[in-house]
Write a protein that binds this ligand. Structure first.
Ligand code: FES
Length: 160
């Protein structure tokens, strides 16, 4: 069969194009690569986030009765008679930063008015759930560390 030249000088065999000899292998290859990419994309890539962890100092810096706000890390540390605990300052509604309201003993969100107890429980919506509690652990150096990548059930306190 005779091949025709296009105006750009490229051979174009009409029968080969229609039967898929030209484009079919490229199409199948593209679909295969897309499928492989999807499978690779499904693999979880959860790595510990070192930036989620921060040291807060030795236990002696937190006597019973301490309430210490870490603005940059968006966490408040409490030490009551049952132990220490760390509560997130990130509102569970849309992520604004709640403020510690010492006078009323609660957390207030400036964005849409949610209010939380000092345990993080919702007092006033629209926040859909309580503030997160984060893990506190002791390092071999004696320093305490908060891991914002690890939430713990409300009420989990560390005895130091
Ligand atoms: S972000 Fe806190 S109430 Fe909306």
């Amino acid at each position: 069969m005779a091949k025709k030249k296009t105006d750009k000088g490229v051979d174009c065999d009409r029968r080969a194009f229609i039967t898929g000899k030209g484009w079919l292998p490229a199409f199948v290859g593209a679909i295969g690569l897309a499928g492989l990419g999807s499978i690779v994309g499904l693999k979880p890539r959860v790595l510990p986030d070192p930036s989620a962890q921060f040291k807060i100092g030795p236990p002696q810096d937190f006597p019973v009765g301490t309430v210490k706000v870490f603005d940059e890390e968006k966490v408040t540390i409490f030490h009551d008679h049952d132990g220490m605990y760390a509560i997130s300052l990130v509102c569970t509604h849309l992520g604004c930063i709640v403020s510690y309201n010492d006078a009323d003993a609660r957390f207030d969100c400036p964005c849409h008015g949610s209010k939380f107890t000092l345990q993080g429980k919702v007092l006033k919506a629209p926040a859909p759930r309580a503030l997160d509690w984060f893990e506190i652990s002791a390092l071999p150096s004696g320093q305490l560390m908060v891991d914002r990548g690890v939430t713990v059930p409300m009420g989990t306190k560390v005895v130091v």
